[in-house]
Ligand binder design. Structure first.
Ligand SMILES: Nc1ncnc2c1ncn2[C@@H]1O[C@H](COP(=O)(O)OP(=O)(O)OP(=O)(O)O)[C@@H](O)[C@H]1O
Length: 258
């Protein structure tokens, strides 16, 4: 599906899942994001690359409502203006974010971590004592299967490897049933084997979710096989299949050639 999407033209506002146009934000007079335009189609996985300070994190902060842009359009689902909503409302719309550092509950089992995420609107204490409903158990089993931690479900999350913790956190994000997942450097600190498995996992998730993944690991991005957006100094420097952007002289100059 991703390959097919690469060859299609950019969706319009109404056919987009996420639509950024002319977005700018300054911090103390420094323009971190300048005239950024980016469109994600429903069901698309997009990789975002760019040098340190290019604005990748700030872009995610704008999408999730953590940072409000000074100018520009940020629309979700073709009609919801994200610049008018706070972080909680944006999360409730179905935009989930995974930060670089895993933040799982080390002293709970893997299964309970997923359960807690599933019930995150209820209090942690009540959740653990509630009998898990059948439907919830099915969801948990499904998610544990997707993140390949089914056999480890009864283990404490704190005993997992760094890579497995990242997968668990992705599972916790899935439990909240987001339409769009923002994933920040999932392969950072992973072994080569874990990195390859993470690419497989994200591709599986992208079958029924939209995903934006920020990553520096080019081998990992190649594995994803999706359209790549290169950010530089707060705006889009290049966009297209990895081979195409990798051959772009400016991209080589500011990012790949370092
Ligand atoms: N709250 C802030 N106050 C001041 N400057 C900021 C703030 N947040 C980001 N910046 C600046 O905005 C620019 C973009 O930063 P951002 O963290 O978005 O880049 P990035 O592409 O995520 O970089 P990295 O790959 O290092 O994480 C940087 O020059 C950064 O110093």
């Amino acid at each position: 599906m991703s390959t097919a999407l690469m060859s299609t033209s950019t969706p319009t506002l109404t056919s987009s899942l996420l639509y950024l146009d002319g977005v700018s934000v300054s911090f103390d007079g420094f323009k971190a994001i300048r005239g950024l335009s980016l469109v994600i189609a429903p069901g698309e996985m997009r990789a975002i690359i760019g040098p340190n300070g290019a604005g990748k994190t700030t872009m995610m902060d704008i999408i999730t409502g953590k940072t409000r842009p000074d100018a520009g359009t940020v629309m979700f689902g073709g009609s919801v203006d994200l610049t008018r909503l706070d972080e909680a409302a944006i999360a409730n719309l179905g935009i989930g974010r995974k930060f670089q550092k895993p933040t799982v509950f080390d002293f709970h089992t893997i299964e309970d971590n997923i359960l807690l995420a599933l019930k995150s609107k209820r209090t942690v204490r009540r959740t653990l004592f509630w009998k898990t409903a059948n439907a919830d158990q099915k969801r948990i089993d499904h998610i544990l299967g997707v993140i390949k931690l089914g056999d480890a479900r009864a283990r404490l999350a704190g005993s997992l490897s760094h890579g497995q913790k990242q997968w668990l956190e992705i599972g916790m994000l899935l439990a909240q049933d987001p339409k769009l997942l923002l994933v920040d450097e999932p392969a950072a600190g992973m072994t080569d084997g874990e990195t390859a498995e993470t690419a497989v996992l994200l591709k599986e998730i992208a079958r029924d979710h939209s995903v934006i993944v920020v990553e520096h690991d080019m081998g990992f991005i190649r594995e994803l096989g999706v359209k790549v957006t290169v950010l530089h100094e707060g705006s889009v420097l290049a966009e297209g299949p990895l081979d195409q952007v990798s051959a772009n002289e400016r991209v080589v100059e500011v990012y790949l050639g370092r």
